[in-house]
Ligand binder design. Structure first.
Ligand SMILES: Nc1ncnc2c1ncn2[C@@H]1O[C@H](COP(=O)(O)OP(=O)(O)OP(=O)(O)O)[C@@H](O)[C@H]1O
Ligand SMILES: [Mg+2]
Length: 457
């Protein structure tokens, strides 16, 4: 009797597998995502091979010597920081981002720099022709001798090339265009992405090659393919940006070799991506002097403080319910602060529409921005401007108290560095035993009403 072809239905959204077709995925509830795929060959010899290419043995932890895991630093300080201090040999890094955000540009620039440091780079593209890549490289004024461009989508052909060329770094642009001969389904399907990634992972770990993989994102903004893809790799980076702004943010969401709180800020220019080493300046650049509804906060993005202007527009509701919108800020945080302002400081906000935004298109989400939000709302409501050289830091509690926040020293120093003259902070933070900069006046407040009084006096 002929053996039945083993197939399985795989949800293209989350990777859930079922023996039969269903309209709705029982795992992630997505509709029409089930696609029939052939099961990979179970007798595949690769499944028995371990990271070192041999069968592994259990060893006592004391006898393990740490291999030389020196990181290679690129000239992009921002990029190094997001990776946790540089590129780790043998690591697998996944970079996701919206179409056209600049993933290929970033990796081409990084490749050229790694090449300049003496590394051999293989740039595999499944999306563009060699001449297109060359054109981009010309525009970015990149040169290099041991820098190879390879347009191929078949994984085993790429593996062979890696074996013969022996590069130190490999770029795969993008994983959704790759296909593996063992798998029957279309490129970009869950099984293809999974199989290709696991092949690249083995190559990376066996040979100590750092591999960067570009991943497309779905319309919800997560990397297309199963969540498992993110589990397989060492580091997951997202490259984000606002459509209408030139700056781009590189964010680590998973990193086996460093903190995930770091972000790197770049600006897309004609000549490629340029690092923004002083982001506070960028976010405050277009601040209008003497405008009401504006307050500046020193927010932390990872280990680094950035100053951001928070803007509010409070206007009487014309009819119906008051409208509240917030861009770059958490909606429920804004509602909470509006309620505290109303109840604890007597501002009549219930019949007012409130529009808030974090200027410059950044997204802020930490408690220390509360006070600046409240002050900007109060400023717009009272039609009184805040001093342009004031900075506000603090969390607001439901009883209208100002609660202490973390990393006060770094925040105040950043404000002082950018020429702010006064900073209003939680009173409890004053005696934290930190080194206070001399050229900035520090005011501690315990309640929101007190802070408002100081801000507008
Ligand atoms: N001549 C140019 N001058 C300035 N910026 C340019 C120029 N050409 C391209 N760009 C910028 O580069 C971006 C495209 O970058 P890139 O191709 O690296 O993106 P990508 O993320 O790899 O896109 P895809 O998902 O399509 O592969 C464009 O959106 C544009 O902003
Ligand atoms: Mg690209």
């Amino acid at each position: 009797m002929a053996k039945k072809k083993a197939t399985v239905f795989v949800c293209q959204n989350c990777g859930y597998e079922l023996p039969k077709y269903l309209g709705k995925c029982p795992s992630c509830n997505a509709w029409n995502q089930m696609v029939e795929e052939k099961l990979p060959d179970k007798t595949d010899s690769r499944s028995r091979v371990t990271m070192s290419g041999k069968k592994a043995k259990a060893v006592p932890i004391t006898s393990i010597t740490i291999e030389n895991e020196e990181r290679v630093k690129t000239q992009m300080v921002e990029f190094n920081r997001v990776l946790g201090g540089g590129v780790v040999p043998g690591s697998l890094v996944l970079i996701g981002g919206d179409p056209g955000i600049g993933k290929s540009t970033l990796l081409l620039q990084v490749s050229a720099q790694l090449n300049q440091q003496g590394g051999k780079v293989l740039y595999v593209s499944g999306e563009e022709s060699t001449s297109q890549i060359k054109m981009r490289a010309e525009r970015l004024e990149l040169r290099g001798s041991d820098f190879y461009i390879y347009t191929e989508t078949e994984v085993s052909a790429i593996a062979e090339t890696i074996e013969t060329l022996k590069p130190d770094y490999v770029i795969i642009d993008s994983i959704q265009t790759m296909h593996h001969v063992n798998i029957d389904s279309a490129s970009g399907s869950v099984s293809q992405v999974r199989e290709s990634t696991s092949t690249f992972m083995q190559i990376a770990k066996m040979n100590g090659i750092a591999i960067f993989i570009v991943g497309h994102v779905t319309k919800e903004g997560s990397i297309a393919g199963p969540k498992m893809l993110e589990h397989m790799v060492d580091t997951v980076l997202y490259f984000e940006g606002e459509q209408h702004h030139t700056f781009r943010i590189l964010r680590a969401v998973k990193n086996r070799f460093g903190s995930t709180n770091e972000i790197g800020i770049f600006e897309m220019r004609n000549g490629g991506l340029e690092e923004v080493l002083n982001p506070s300046q960028l976010f405050l650049e277009e601040r209008l002097a003497g405008a009401t509804g504006s307050a500046v906060v020193a927010a932390m993005e990872g280990t680094r403080p950035i100053l951001v202007e928070i803007q509010s527009l409070i206007a009487p509701t014309v009819f119906g319910n008051a409208k509240r919108t917030a861009s770059g800020l958490d909606h429920s945080r804004v509602s909470l602060i509006l309620a505290v302002l109303e109840k604890r400081t007597g501002l009549l906000l219930q019949n007012q529409d409130a529009y808030l935004k974090a200027a410059g298109g950044v997204r802020l989400d930490e408690p220390a921005i509360d006070l600046a939000i409240a002050i900007s709302i109060a400023s717009s409501y009272k039609e009184k401007e805040t001093r342009p050289t004031d900075c506000f830091i603090g969390e607001i509690g439901l009883t209208g108290e100002i609660r202490s926040i973390s990393k006060i020293e770094q925040r105040v120093k950043e404000a002082a560095k950018l020429g702010f003259k006064r900073v209003i902070i939680p009173k409890n933070n004053i005696d934290d035993g930190w080194d206070r900069p001399k050229n900035i006046e520090i005011i501690g407040c315990t309640t929101l009403s007190e802070a408002i009084k100081r801000a507008f006096s």
